[in-house]
Design a protein around this ligand. Structure first.
Ligand SMILES: *[C@@H]1O[C@H](CO)[C@@H](O)[C@H](O)[C@H]1NC(C)=O
Ligand SMILES: *[C@@H]1O[C@H](CO)[C@@H](O)[C@H](O)[C@H]1NC(C)=O
Ligand SMILES: *[C@@H]1O[C@H](CO)[C@@H](O)[C@H](O)[C@H]1NC(C)=O
Ligand SMILES: *[C@@H]1O[C@H](CO)[C@@H](O)[C@H](O)[C@H]1NC(C)=O
Ligand SMILES: *[C@@H]1O[C@H](CO)[C@@H](O)[C@H](O)[C@H]1NC(C)=O
Ligand SMILES: *[C@@H]1O[C@H](CO)[C@@H](O)[C@H](O)[C@H]1NC(C)=O
Ligand SMILES: *[C@@H]1O[C@H](CO)[C@@H](O)[C@H](O)[C@H]1NC(C)=O
Ligand SMILES: *[C@@H]1O[C@H](CO)[C@@H](O)[C@H](O)[C@H]1NC(C)=O
Ligand SMILES: *[C@@H]1O[C@H](CO)[C@@H](O)[C@H](O)[C@H]1NC(C)=O
Ligand SMILES: *[C@@H]1O[C@H](CO)[C@@H](O)[C@H](O)[C@H]1NC(C)=O
Ligand SMILES: *[C@@H]1O[C@H](CO)[C@@H](O)[C@H](O)[C@H]1NC(C)=O
Ligand SMILES: *[C@@H]1O[C@H](CO)[C@@H](O)[C@H](O)[C@H]1NC(C)=O
Length: 468
């Protein structure tokens, strides 16, 4: 077959190999929509009778301080300062225009008495508690219907003392679903930064039905064998930016969700425009970045870049099942470094937990336009375990510039997926072997723009009189 290369094709290839830097949405920084102005009023938790001895229960002190600060909400808001000390507390509620500030060596400790974590209604998009039918324990730090909330400090610590909850979970003596460490619900303008989060009973940071959320420069730790201690789980939330975090937990470091089966489908609130930059971490029984398994309200426009996962079970995973419905589309993952990871890329379509028997097994998820590029990995067991669903469409999966040192015989195992690839080693599975270039880059999420704009830019530099 005779091939002819147009100028554009030559430039495309040139642009590709010259690795022109390109940042998603032109910027790599989380943008604060609400100015984090200095709060004009500030109180210290000790003014409300708190004792930082690690023994005295301070729930009332936190509640009273926040009740008092409510009167400053329309005067620029206020700051609650938590000094060095060990401040034991049960669950408490935040308010709008509040900054909760934890000084260096300040530790907020979650009570080990489950009665200090009241039971609240299940989320409408889940229909029941995630673990058990009925309500769920409220998170240690909780907020609902808020705007402009900041949880920050000088690397102070919020420690859920989750080990009691993990034992109740293992001995099956829980009465309700375990609580999160921090949950913000139906809130906008949330910033969580410059802190350390330890030992959450369940998922650690859970923004649900939120907009404009920033999680920046936080450390999240829990034992590698602790059950379901996800790091950050944006759930039916939009405009979420997660940057410069270190996470090491018993489950997924970040899991993007949007509700469960028929409840998520009818609530219909997607997670969209989720940006993740500079994430480092590891796990033994989870993934670096997960989408799902609860994704019934849809997940789209996820941009994750500059990721480093080491000694982990899975790096990137999409989890779904028959009955979930919803969609996962327009996902862009780039510049991933892996060391000692069992499975680099995984689609698991058989998450058979359902909220009840009323889910619709014919509600099939749509998985499409997933781009994974610029991945390098050493000591990887399996490159890709990509299982779709028979009779369903997992399509336009695009793999570009992936080099993995794989230690097992069959590096790729794919079924019921469709897509394209280029520069993947070891050679990818048959359904993805068709080349992205020159014909299919526009079927791939964000590859077309990338190369077209780069090529165009280069063309103009090389030949200033080229016609646009
Ligand atoms: C969300 O919060 C706003 C106020 O901020 C309130 O008007 C609205 O009813 C809330 N919606 C839900 C579902 O809680
Ligand atoms: C949040 O808004 C919902 C809907 O308006 C309301 O039912 C609920 O009581 C509010 N919760 C709080 C804590 O303000
Ligand atoms: C990260 O947080 C620490 C305190 O926890 C602070 O000293 C450091 O400056 C922060 N870095 C950035 C980039 O914000
Ligand atoms: C904050 O504290 C944690 C836990 O002590 C530590 O691992 C982390 O490096 C500290 N972060 C900063 C930015 O100092
Ligand atoms: C569950 O309920 C029983 C009976 O009310 C109670 O004794 C037990 O402490 C509860 N367990 C938890 C983990 O809250
Ligand atoms: C984190 O701390 C650093 C150093 O104090 C500060 O410059 C930065 O603004 C803080 N970041 C946020 C998001 O609060
Ligand atoms: C891994 O997590 C799954 C699901 O949460 C659990 O069933 C299993 O026991 C965990 N395995 C290990 C080794 O912790
Ligand atoms: C790729 O990510 C690593 C962190 O894992 C970072 O050090 C490096 O600068 C990133 N490269 C580019 C081109 O952004
Ligand atoms: C990963 O685990 C191996 C073997 O346990 C260890 O030698 C190595 O230091 C770990 N890597 C990192 C980056 O911690
Ligand atoms: C899905 O998992 C169930 C049990 O969890 C198993 O019976 C079934 O065979 C699996 N289906 C596929 C297609 O792997
Ligand atoms: C391929 O990906 C690696 C790892 O991110 C990166 O260093 C390299 O520059 C990429 N190569 C091309 C041709 O873009
Ligand atoms: C992969 O393994 C080979 C030998 O097994 C080694 O020479 C090479 O440096 C490794 N590549 C990477 C990217 O670590």
């Amino acid at each position: 077959m005779k091939r002819s290369f147009s100028l554009v094709h030559v430039l495309l290839v040139l642009a590709f190999f010259s690795h022109i830097a390109w940042a998603v949405k032109g910027s790599s920084h989380c943008k604060q929509t609400h100015a984090a102005e200095i709060r004009p009023h500030s109180v210290t938790i000790t003014e409300f009778g708190a004792v930082g001895d690690g023994v005295t229960l301070n729930t009332k002190a936190f509640q009273n301080a926040i009740f008092y600060l409510n009167s400053f909400a329309d005067k620029g808001g206020a700051k609650l300062f938590v000094p060095a000390g060990r401040w034991l507390t049960g669950s408490f509620d935040l308010i709008s225009h509040l900054t909760l500030w934890l000084d260096k060596d300040a530790v907020i400790l979650g009570s080990k008495n489950s009665g200090d974590w009241p039971v609240v209604d299940p989320l409408p998009s889940y229909g029941r508690g995630r673990e058990l039918p009925g309500g769920r324990h409220r998170s240690l730090i909780y907020g609902r219907n808020l705007t402009d909330v900041i949880i920050t400090g000088d690397n102070g610590t919020i420690d859920g003392q989750g080990s009691v909850w993990w034992s109740w979970f293992r001995s099956k003596t829980l009465n309700y679903t375990r609580p999160h460490l921090v949950e913000l619900m139906n809130s906008t303008g949330v910033v969580i930064s410059n802190l350390t989060f330890l030992n959450s009973p369940f998922w650690t940071i859970h923004p649900v039905y939120c907009s404009h959320v920033i999680v920046q420069n936080v450390t999240i730790l829990a034992p590698l064998d602790s059950p379901n201690t996800d790091g950050i789980d944006p759930d039916s939330s939009d405009d979420v930016c997660i940057e410069d975090c270190y996470i090491s937990t018993g489950d997924d470091l970040i899991a993007i969700k949007s509700g469960w089966d028929e409840y998520g489908i009818s609530f219909a609130r997607p997670s969209t425009n989720i940006i993740i930059h500079r994430l480092t971490g590891h796990n033994r029984n989870g993934s670096g970045i997960a989408i799902g398994s609860e994704m019934s309200g849809g997940v789209s426009e996820v941009y994750a870049e500059n990721l480093y996962f080491f000694n982990s079970s899975t790096a990137i995973i999409i989890k779904t099942a028959r009955g979930r419905g919803g969609y996962v589309r327009n996902i862009y993952i780039s510049n991933v470094t892996l060391a000692g990871v069992d499975t680099a890329l995984r689609f698991n379509s058989n998450f058979s937990q359902h909220p009840d028997e009323f889910y619709d097994p014919n509600a099939l998820p749509v998985i499409e336009r997933i781009t994974v590029k610029d991945v390098i990995g050493d000591n990887i067991k399996v490159a890709g375990l990509l299982k779709g669903i028979e009779g369903d469409s997992f399509h336009h999966v695009c793999l570009l510039n992936i080099t993995l040192n794989v230690t097992t015989e069959s590096p790729w195992n794919c079924s019921f997926i469709q897509g394209y690839s280029a520069l993947v080693s070891p050679e990818t599975c048959e359904p993805l072997r068709e080349s992205i270039y020159p014909k299919h880059y526009s079927d791939c999420y964000l590859l077309a723009n990338h190369l077209w704009s780069s090529a165009h830019h280069l063309a103009k530099e090389m030949m200033p009189d080229i016609r646009s």
